[in-house]
Design a binder for this molecule. Structure first.
Ligand code: SF4
Length: 372
Protein backbone atom coordinates (compact mmCIF):
# COMPACT_ATOMS: atom_id res chain seq x y z
CA UNK A 1 0.00 0.00 0.00
CA UNK A 2 1.01 3.63 -0.43
CA UNK A 3 0.70 6.29 2.27
CA UNK A 4 0.73 10.02 1.59
CA UNK A 5 2.07 12.51 4.09
CA UNK A 6 1.51 16.23 3.53
CA UNK A 7 3.48 18.64 5.69
CA UNK A 8 1.77 21.88 6.72
CA UNK A 9 4.52 23.74 8.55
CA UNK A 10 2.88 26.79 10.11
CA UNK A 11 2.24 27.21 13.81
CA UNK A 12 0.58 30.02 15.76
CA UNK A 13 3.58 29.95 18.13
CA UNK A 14 6.73 27.86 18.38
CA UNK A 15 7.13 25.36 21.23
CA UNK A 16 10.57 25.46 22.88
CA UNK A 17 11.24 21.71 22.57
CA UNK A 18 10.24 21.35 18.92
CA UNK A 19 12.65 20.39 16.16
CA UNK A 20 10.15 19.94 13.31
CA UNK A 21 10.26 21.95 10.09
CA UNK A 22 7.93 24.77 11.14
CA UNK A 23 7.48 28.53 10.88
CA UNK A 24 5.30 31.12 12.59
CA UNK A 25 2.04 31.57 10.72
CA UNK A 26 2.06 34.45 8.18
CA UNK A 27 -0.80 34.77 5.71
CA UNK A 28 1.33 35.48 2.64
CA UNK A 29 3.79 32.64 3.28
CA UNK A 30 0.92 30.26 4.06
CA UNK A 31 -0.75 31.06 0.72
CA UNK A 32 2.52 30.75 -1.24
CA UNK A 33 3.20 27.44 0.44
CA UNK A 34 -0.21 26.08 -0.57
CA UNK A 35 0.49 27.01 -4.18
CA UNK A 36 3.83 25.20 -3.96
CA UNK A 37 2.08 22.13 -2.58
CA UNK A 38 -0.48 22.22 -5.39
CA UNK A 39 2.35 22.47 -7.90
CA UNK A 40 4.09 19.48 -6.33
CA UNK A 41 0.86 17.49 -6.34
CA UNK A 42 0.29 18.21 -10.03
CA UNK A 43 3.73 17.23 -11.27
CA UNK A 44 3.31 13.44 -11.27
CA UNK A 45 0.78 10.77 -12.08
CA UNK A 46 0.49 9.27 -8.64
CA UNK A 47 -0.76 5.80 -7.91
CA UNK A 48 -3.74 5.29 -5.56
CA UNK A 49 -3.03 5.76 -1.86
CA UNK A 50 -4.52 3.88 1.06
CA UNK A 51 -3.90 6.58 3.66
CA UNK A 52 -3.46 10.35 3.78
CA UNK A 53 -1.92 12.16 6.73
CA UNK A 54 -1.89 15.94 7.14
CA UNK A 55 0.83 16.67 9.67
CA UNK A 56 2.87 19.61 10.78
CA UNK A 57 3.48 22.10 12.04
CA UNK A 58 -0.12 22.75 12.84
CA UNK A 59 -2.37 21.80 9.92
CA UNK A 60 -5.38 23.57 11.44
CA UNK A 61 -3.48 26.85 11.39
CA UNK A 62 -5.18 26.81 7.95
CA UNK A 63 -8.94 27.31 8.11
CA UNK A 64 -11.22 24.32 7.56
CA UNK A 65 -12.31 25.52 4.11
CA UNK A 66 -8.70 25.61 2.93
CA UNK A 67 -8.05 22.16 4.40
CA UNK A 68 -11.12 20.84 2.55
CA UNK A 69 -9.86 22.31 -0.74
CA UNK A 70 -6.41 20.82 -0.17
CA UNK A 71 -7.88 17.39 0.58
CA UNK A 72 -10.01 17.59 -2.56
CA UNK A 73 -6.82 18.17 -4.60
CA UNK A 74 -4.96 15.38 -2.81
CA UNK A 75 -7.83 12.96 -3.38
CA UNK A 76 -8.00 13.93 -7.04
CA UNK A 77 -4.35 12.90 -7.44
CA UNK A 78 -4.25 9.89 -5.08
CA UNK A 79 -7.55 8.06 -5.28
CA UNK A 80 -9.10 5.79 -2.78
CA UNK A 81 -7.70 6.54 0.69
CA UNK A 82 -9.62 4.70 3.38
CA UNK A 83 -8.00 6.59 6.26
CA UNK A 84 -7.38 10.33 6.30
CA UNK A 85 -5.84 11.91 9.39
CA UNK A 86 -5.39 15.54 10.35
CA UNK A 87 -3.27 16.70 13.26
CA UNK A 88 -4.81 19.60 15.14
CA UNK A 89 -3.99 21.97 17.95
CA UNK A 90 -7.04 22.23 20.23
CA UNK A 91 -7.01 26.00 20.67
CA UNK A 92 -7.38 26.59 16.93
CA UNK A 93 -10.59 24.58 16.48
CA UNK A 94 -13.70 26.56 15.47
CA UNK A 95 -17.35 25.49 15.53
CA UNK A 96 -18.16 23.46 12.42
CA UNK A 97 -14.53 22.53 11.63
CA UNK A 98 -14.98 18.80 12.23
CA UNK A 99 -18.11 18.65 10.07
CA UNK A 100 -16.11 20.27 7.24
CA UNK A 101 -13.24 17.88 7.77
CA UNK A 102 -15.55 14.86 7.74
CA UNK A 103 -17.24 16.02 4.53
CA UNK A 104 -13.75 16.40 3.02
CA UNK A 105 -12.96 12.77 3.86
CA UNK A 106 -11.22 13.03 7.24
CA UNK A 107 -11.71 9.86 9.27
CA UNK A 108 -9.20 10.48 12.03
CA UNK A 109 -8.09 13.46 14.10
CA UNK A 110 -4.93 13.52 16.14
CA UNK A 111 -5.05 16.16 18.86
CA UNK A 112 -1.80 17.68 20.15
CA UNK A 113 -2.62 17.81 23.86
CA UNK A 114 0.70 16.75 25.47
CA UNK A 115 -0.62 17.24 29.03
CA UNK A 116 -3.78 18.00 30.98
CA UNK A 117 -1.83 19.69 33.77
CA UNK A 118 -1.85 23.51 33.43
CA UNK A 119 1.68 23.85 34.80
CA UNK A 120 3.08 21.25 32.35
CA UNK A 121 1.17 22.82 29.46
CA UNK A 122 2.90 26.13 30.29
CA UNK A 123 6.31 24.46 30.66
CA UNK A 124 5.89 22.96 27.20
CA UNK A 125 5.02 26.39 25.84
CA UNK A 126 1.58 25.27 24.68
CA UNK A 127 -1.40 27.62 24.81
CA UNK A 128 -4.52 25.49 25.12
CA UNK A 129 -6.66 25.00 28.20
CA UNK A 130 -7.92 21.70 29.55
CA UNK A 131 -11.52 22.85 28.92
CA UNK A 132 -10.69 23.44 25.24
CA UNK A 133 -9.45 19.86 24.91
CA UNK A 134 -12.65 18.50 26.47
CA UNK A 135 -14.76 20.59 24.09
CA UNK A 136 -12.70 19.55 21.05
CA UNK A 137 -13.06 15.83 21.78
CA UNK A 138 -16.81 16.24 22.22
CA UNK A 139 -17.09 18.25 19.00
CA UNK A 140 -15.12 15.63 17.03
CA UNK A 141 -17.35 12.90 18.42
CA UNK A 142 -20.52 14.88 17.64
CA UNK A 143 -19.30 15.36 14.06
CA UNK A 144 -18.85 11.58 13.76
CA UNK A 145 -15.12 11.57 13.12
CA UNK A 146 -14.44 7.81 13.22
CA UNK A 147 -11.24 7.82 15.26
CA UNK A 148 -9.97 10.31 17.81
CA UNK A 149 -6.34 10.18 18.84
CA UNK A 150 -4.38 12.25 21.30
CA UNK A 151 -0.64 12.88 21.79
CA UNK A 152 0.71 13.07 25.33
CA UNK A 153 4.28 13.73 26.47
CA UNK A 154 6.00 12.29 29.52
CA UNK A 155 9.23 13.24 31.30
CA UNK A 156 8.28 16.93 31.16
CA UNK A 157 10.31 18.94 33.73
CA UNK A 158 8.24 19.20 36.89
CA UNK A 159 6.05 16.21 36.01
CA UNK A 160 5.42 13.57 38.67
CA UNK A 161 4.04 10.03 38.40
CA UNK A 162 0.82 11.41 39.93
CA UNK A 163 0.44 14.23 37.43
CA UNK A 164 1.27 11.88 34.53
CA UNK A 165 -1.35 9.44 35.75
CA UNK A 166 -3.90 12.26 35.94
CA UNK A 167 -3.26 13.18 32.29
CA UNK A 168 -3.60 9.56 31.18
CA UNK A 169 -6.80 9.11 33.16
CA UNK A 170 -8.31 12.30 31.81
CA UNK A 171 -7.66 11.10 28.25
CA UNK A 172 -9.27 7.76 29.07
CA UNK A 173 -12.30 9.48 30.63
CA UNK A 174 -12.73 11.57 27.51
CA UNK A 175 -13.16 8.34 25.56
CA UNK A 176 -10.43 8.76 22.95
CA UNK A 177 -9.81 5.78 20.67
CA UNK A 178 -6.06 6.05 20.33
CA UNK A 179 -3.18 7.52 22.31
CA UNK A 180 0.42 8.24 21.35
CA UNK A 181 2.72 8.78 24.32
CA UNK A 182 6.21 10.12 23.75
CA UNK A 183 9.07 10.66 26.17
CA UNK A 184 10.32 14.24 25.86
CA UNK A 185 13.36 14.32 23.60
CA UNK A 186 15.82 17.17 23.87
CA UNK A 187 16.75 18.23 20.36
CA UNK A 188 19.95 20.13 19.63
CA UNK A 189 19.69 23.89 19.17
CA UNK A 190 16.24 24.23 20.68
CA UNK A 191 15.51 26.46 23.71
CA UNK A 192 15.07 23.23 25.69
CA UNK A 193 18.63 22.17 24.81
CA UNK A 194 19.89 25.47 26.23
CA UNK A 195 17.74 24.95 29.33
CA UNK A 196 19.10 21.45 29.83
CA UNK A 197 22.68 22.72 29.48
CA UNK A 198 21.98 25.35 32.18
CA UNK A 199 19.97 23.13 34.52
CA UNK A 200 20.43 19.41 33.80
CA UNK A 201 18.78 18.46 37.10
CA UNK A 202 15.42 19.74 35.84
CA UNK A 203 15.23 16.87 33.34
CA UNK A 204 14.43 13.19 33.81
CA UNK A 205 17.11 10.53 33.74
CA UNK A 206 16.48 7.22 31.94
CA UNK A 207 15.35 5.37 35.06
CA UNK A 208 12.76 7.94 36.09
CA UNK A 209 11.57 8.27 32.51
CA UNK A 210 11.15 4.49 32.28
CA UNK A 211 8.92 4.58 35.37
CA UNK A 212 6.58 6.98 33.59
CA UNK A 213 6.56 4.83 30.47
CA UNK A 214 5.71 1.81 32.59
CA UNK A 215 2.90 3.78 34.20
CA UNK A 216 1.50 4.63 30.77
CA UNK A 217 1.56 0.98 29.72
CA UNK A 218 -0.13 -0.32 32.87
CA UNK A 219 -2.74 2.49 33.00
CA UNK A 220 -3.70 2.26 29.35
CA UNK A 221 -3.67 -1.52 29.13
CA UNK A 222 -5.75 -1.57 32.32
CA UNK A 223 -8.28 0.65 30.56
CA UNK A 224 -8.54 -1.74 27.59
CA UNK A 225 -6.08 -0.17 25.15
CA UNK A 226 -3.84 -2.44 23.14
CA UNK A 227 -0.16 -1.46 23.28
CA UNK A 228 0.38 -2.15 19.59
CA UNK A 229 3.57 -0.16 19.03
CA UNK A 230 6.25 1.21 21.36
CA UNK A 231 4.62 4.64 21.62
CA UNK A 232 1.08 3.83 20.51
CA UNK A 233 -2.05 2.45 22.15
CA UNK A 234 -5.40 1.76 20.50
CA UNK A 235 -8.85 0.53 21.28
CA UNK A 236 -9.97 -2.39 19.08
CA UNK A 237 -10.29 -1.31 15.46
CA UNK A 238 -8.50 2.04 15.96
CA UNK A 239 -4.87 1.36 15.07
CA UNK A 240 -3.37 4.00 12.81
CA UNK A 241 -3.10 2.44 9.34
CA UNK A 242 -0.86 5.23 8.05
CA UNK A 243 1.81 4.60 10.68
CA UNK A 244 1.35 0.82 10.43
CA UNK A 245 2.49 1.19 6.82
CA UNK A 246 5.74 2.85 7.98
CA UNK A 247 6.42 0.04 10.43
CA UNK A 248 5.72 -2.54 7.70
CA UNK A 249 8.39 -0.78 5.60
CA UNK A 250 5.71 0.12 3.08
CA UNK A 251 6.02 2.86 0.48
CA UNK A 252 5.05 6.44 1.18
CA UNK A 253 5.15 9.80 -0.50
CA UNK A 254 5.94 12.93 1.49
CA UNK A 255 4.85 16.26 0.06
CA UNK A 256 6.01 19.60 1.35
CA UNK A 257 9.05 21.10 3.02
CA UNK A 258 11.19 18.60 4.95
CA UNK A 259 8.86 15.70 4.04
CA UNK A 260 10.30 12.20 3.59
CA UNK A 261 9.38 9.59 0.98
CA UNK A 262 10.23 5.93 0.51
CA UNK A 263 9.61 4.61 -2.98
CA UNK A 264 11.30 1.98 -5.12
CA UNK A 265 13.85 1.28 -2.40
CA UNK A 266 14.95 4.92 -2.19
CA UNK A 267 14.45 7.03 0.88
CA UNK A 268 14.52 10.75 0.20
CA UNK A 269 13.93 13.80 2.35
CA UNK A 270 13.06 17.21 0.96
CA UNK A 271 15.08 20.25 1.93
CA UNK A 272 14.11 21.86 5.22
CA UNK A 273 14.66 25.31 3.71
CA UNK A 274 11.27 26.95 3.18
CA UNK A 275 12.48 29.17 0.38
CA UNK A 276 14.32 26.38 -1.46
CA UNK A 277 11.25 24.15 -1.31
CA UNK A 278 8.72 26.77 -2.37
CA UNK A 279 10.86 28.20 -5.19
CA UNK A 280 11.65 24.76 -6.64
CA UNK A 281 8.05 23.53 -6.43
CA UNK A 282 6.63 26.69 -8.02
CA UNK A 283 9.24 26.59 -10.80
CA UNK A 284 8.50 22.88 -11.44
CA UNK A 285 12.20 22.23 -10.78
CA UNK A 286 13.60 19.27 -8.86
CA UNK A 287 13.03 19.80 -5.16
CA UNK A 288 16.39 19.69 -3.36
CA UNK A 289 16.53 16.56 -1.25
CA UNK A 290 18.81 14.02 0.33
CA UNK A 291 18.30 10.57 -1.12
CA UNK A 292 19.69 7.17 -0.28
CA UNK A 293 19.02 3.77 -1.85
CA UNK A 294 18.48 1.19 0.87
CA UNK A 295 20.10 -2.07 -0.16
CA UNK A 296 21.46 -5.27 1.35
CA UNK A 297 21.99 -5.31 5.12
CA UNK A 298 20.93 -1.68 5.46
CA UNK A 299 17.54 -2.46 3.90
CA UNK A 300 16.92 -5.59 5.94
CA UNK A 301 18.26 -4.04 9.16
CA UNK A 302 15.93 -1.06 8.82
CA UNK A 303 12.96 -3.29 7.99
CA UNK A 304 13.61 -5.35 11.15
CA UNK A 305 14.06 -2.22 13.24
CA UNK A 306 10.68 -0.89 12.09
CA UNK A 307 8.83 -4.19 12.54
CA UNK A 308 10.25 -4.71 16.03
CA UNK A 309 8.53 -1.52 17.12
CA UNK A 310 5.19 -3.32 16.82
CA UNK A 311 3.73 -5.73 19.36
CA UNK A 312 3.61 -8.45 16.71
CA UNK A 313 7.29 -8.13 15.85
CA UNK A 314 8.87 -9.37 12.64
CA UNK A 315 7.36 -12.32 10.77
CA UNK A 316 10.14 -14.74 9.82
CA UNK A 317 8.50 -16.47 6.85
CA UNK A 318 7.08 -13.28 5.44
CA UNK A 319 10.47 -11.55 5.82
CA UNK A 320 12.31 -14.31 3.99
CA UNK A 321 9.84 -14.19 1.16
CA UNK A 322 10.07 -10.41 0.82
CA UNK A 323 13.79 -9.82 1.39
CA UNK A 324 15.35 -13.26 0.80
CA UNK A 325 16.98 -13.19 4.24
CA UNK A 326 16.60 -15.81 6.93
CA UNK A 327 16.60 -13.62 10.03
CA UNK A 328 17.37 -16.42 12.48
CA UNK A 329 20.40 -17.47 10.45
CA UNK A 330 21.72 -14.08 9.36
CA UNK A 331 21.25 -12.23 12.63
CA UNK A 332 22.02 -15.18 14.94
CA UNK A 333 24.58 -13.30 17.13
CA UNK A 334 22.29 -10.29 17.64
CA UNK A 335 19.26 -12.44 18.41
CA UNK A 336 21.24 -14.63 20.81
CA UNK A 337 22.64 -11.62 22.70
CA UNK A 338 19.27 -9.95 23.26
CA UNK A 339 17.32 -13.18 23.80
CA UNK A 340 19.78 -14.17 26.56
CA UNK A 341 19.29 -10.73 28.12
CA UNK A 342 15.51 -11.27 28.09
CA UNK A 343 14.89 -8.43 25.65
CA UNK A 344 13.88 -10.40 22.53
CA UNK A 345 11.74 -13.51 22.20
CA UNK A 346 10.49 -15.87 19.52
CA UNK A 347 6.79 -16.70 19.46
CA UNK A 348 5.79 -19.03 16.63
CA UNK A 349 6.87 -17.46 13.35
CA UNK A 350 7.67 -14.07 14.93
CA UNK A 351 10.59 -12.47 16.73
CA UNK A 352 9.56 -9.58 18.94
CA UNK A 353 10.66 -7.39 21.80
CA UNK A 354 9.75 -8.65 25.25
CA UNK A 355 7.99 -6.26 27.60
CA UNK A 356 11.38 -5.39 29.09
CA UNK A 357 12.82 -5.04 25.62
CA UNK A 358 10.39 -2.23 24.84
CA UNK A 359 12.17 -0.05 27.40
CA UNK A 360 15.45 -0.28 25.49
CA UNK A 361 13.96 -0.61 22.03
CA UNK A 362 16.35 1.87 20.43
CA UNK A 363 19.39 -0.17 21.51
CA UNK A 364 17.95 -3.52 20.44
CA UNK A 365 16.55 -2.28 17.12
CA UNK A 366 19.71 -0.28 16.43
CA UNK A 367 21.81 -3.45 16.72
CA UNK A 368 20.02 -4.92 13.67
CA UNK A 369 20.70 -1.80 11.64
CA UNK A 370 24.42 -1.76 12.38
CA UNK A 371 24.94 -5.55 12.03
CA UNK A 372 26.49 -6.49 8.69
S1 SF4 B 1 2.69 23.18 17.60
FE1 SF4 B 1 3.78 21.24 17.12
S2 SF4 B 1 4.97 21.66 15.26
FE2 SF4 B 1 4.30 23.66 16.09
S3 SF4 B 1 6.03 24.32 17.32
FE3 SF4 B 1 4.62 23.25 18.71
S4 SF4 B 1 5.34 21.10 18.71
FE4 SF4 B 1 6.30 22.13 16.96
Amino acid sequence: MLGVYVHLPFCPYLCPYCDFAKWPLRATSAQRYLEALYAELAREQWEPAATIFLGGGTPNAYDAQTIAQLLARINERFHGASETTIEINPELVHPGDFERYREAGVTRVSIGVQSFEPQEIRTLGRKHTVEQVDAVVKAARAAKISSISMDLIFAVPGQTPQSWRRSLERAIELGVDHLSTYGLTIEAETPYAAWQAREPGAFFDDTREAELYELAISTLQGAGFEHYEISNFARAGHRCAHNANYWANGEYVGLGVGAASYRGGVRSTHTRSFEEYVSAALAAAAIPCQAERLEGPKRTGEAIMLALRTSQGVGLGEFKERYGTDIIEHYAPVIARYAEAGLLERTGDYVRLTERGRFVANDVCGAFVTFD
